[in-house]
Design a protein around this ligand. Structure first.
Ligand SMILES: Cc1cc2nc3c(=O)[nH]c(=O)nc-3n(C[C@H](O)[C@H](O)[C@H](O)COP(=O)(O)OP(=O)(O)OC[C@H]3O[C@@H](n4cnc5c(N)ncnc54)[C@H](O)[C@@H]3O)c2cc1C
Length: 390
């Protein structure tokens, strides 16, 4: 049995479901879409955080919000108010439930879970996508599968992390304050810090994160995480409710697109990850909204937007500095928040900063450190095949 679709989405994770969700909003005018997803069921496998800047998409779904955050290490603790741009957290189970409800209520969209491609995707008159149930053919394909095995050379730097959501018997955490970065100066192979998001006075997601040239597995970071959890829970007994982990590219070689506008790679390794943070959620939302409109109106796909040349250079210069000297990273973040208002930093981290805000960020950072990294940045630009061009 063959079935033809206007669009087949391979991989129903954040990017695949976000695109399908946006398409589902067109009702009857939604292109006939098939999503092929490997996993059998959706679980609360991650949390997405973003700043409340310029009405982020799915903002109203986010049940957790903080107006204060701290940047600290063993010797100092700076507290900042982010009232104007609160920090939001959206657990993935809420996102999956909301998007799946919308997708399932649109008859034009079909989701196949527990399904993998049984052979290569090839193009004849249309794309042929062989599933175990039937042969799907499609006019357009969006492929959001992550790259199979990540190696050091696939990205200038990596963000590796592991986190536990822990629950205590009694109240301990300060609910309305998150720890954005608590630097661990004992870690020498990268810039390491604890990220702590209290979701109640007895529950928190505590993560150990490393920005480094090498990739670290969750197993390699777990002992350090447990050590820090002891400190954060003041040696009280706790229960681990949930675990999350990841390795995100920071300045990656994007997957090379196929030379055919009807096949698009999308998602984390196809331009979604912001180089200086690895964050991708809101970038995926913006792309999926734009791509859905283009598909509905012109039956065409659109790639992730390239960042402005200035933002790209700032991000890559930051990565180059940290890569060269990870320990200086803590100083950079302290200086940044000391000299620059939170709104400007949040706008910058959310891809919404003006030229003047970018200048403000540059002016707040240690000039010599950044200037001396420019030659190395130019060398790595060559190694990455010019992928940092605007
Ligand atoms: C634990 C974690 C926390 C994160 N937190 C944040 C955050 O706070 N803020 C932020 O902006 N970003 C965050 N990110 C980064 C980014 O937003 C996520 O990685 C996001 O899920 C990327 O979306 P994606 O669609 O590219 O990949 P995924 O969401 O991983 O989706 C890929 C999908 O493809 C499926 N798949 C794989 N192989 C096949 C196959 N052969 N056939 C069919 N399907 C297949 C997978 O099962 C998966 O569902 C986080 C990432 C992780 C891992």
């Amino acid at each position: 049995m063959n079935q033809h679709f206007d669009l087949v989405i391979i991989g129903g994770g954040c990017a695949g479901l976000s695109l399908a969700y946006q398409l589902s909003q067109f009702g009857e005018n939604c292109p006939k879409t098939l999503i092929i997803e490997e996993r059998e069921a959706y679980t609360n496998d991650r949390t997405w955080c973003f700043w409340d800047v310029k009405g982020p998409i799915h903002r109203d779904l986010a049940p957790f919000k903080w107006n204060t955050f701290s940047i600290k290490n063993n010797h100092m603790d700076f507290e900042y108010s982010c009232n104007e741009t609160p920090y939001l957290m959206l657990p993935s189970d809420i996102f999956y439930k909301n998007t799946l409800n919308a997708i399932n209520s649109n008859k034009k969209i079909q989701l196949l879970t527990g399904e993998k491609l049984v052979d290569k995707v090839i193009k004849r008159d249309a794309w042929h996508i062989p599933t175990s149930k039937f042969l799907a053919t499609a006019s357009n394909v969006v492929d959001t599968r992550p790259i199979k095995s990540m190696t050091k050379k696939d990205s200038l730097m990596w963000q590796s992390f592991v986190g536990y959501e822990v629950e205590l018997d009694g109240a301990l955490f300060v609910e309305d304050k998150l720890v954005l970065m608590d630097f661990d100066s004992n870690f020498k192979e990268g810039l390491a810090f604890i990220y702590c998001l209290p979701t109640s006075n007895s529950r928190a997601l505590i993560e150990y994160t490393v920005f480094s040239e090498d990739l670290f597995t969750a197993d390699q970071l777990t002992d350090r995480l447990l050590e820090k959890i002891e400190i954060y829970t003041q040696n009280k007994s706790y229960t681990i409710i949930r675990q999350e982990k990841g390795i995100l590219p920071m300045g990656n070689n994007h997957i090379e697109q196929v030379d055919d506008p009807t096949y698009l790679f999308a998602g984390l390794f196809a331009g979604a990850a912001r180089p200086s943070s690895g964050y991708a959620f809101q970038r995926i939302q913006t792309w999926s909204k734009d791509c859905a409109v283009e598909l509905k109106n012109n039956r065409q796909l659109i790639k992730f937007k390239k960042d402005s040349w200035m933002q790209t250079w700032m991000d890559f210069l930051f990565i180059t500095v940290i890569k060269k000297n990870p320990i200086i990273g803590a100083k950079i973040f302290v200086e940044l928040f000391k000299n620059c208002d939170v709104r400007t930093v949040a706008d910058f981290m959310s891809d919404h900063s003006s030229f003047w805000q970018k200048l403000k960020i540059i002016a707040s950072l240690p000039a010599l450190t950044f200037l001396s990294a420019i030659p190395e940045l130019i060398r790595s630009k060559r190694r990455l095949g010019g992928s940092i061009d605007a």
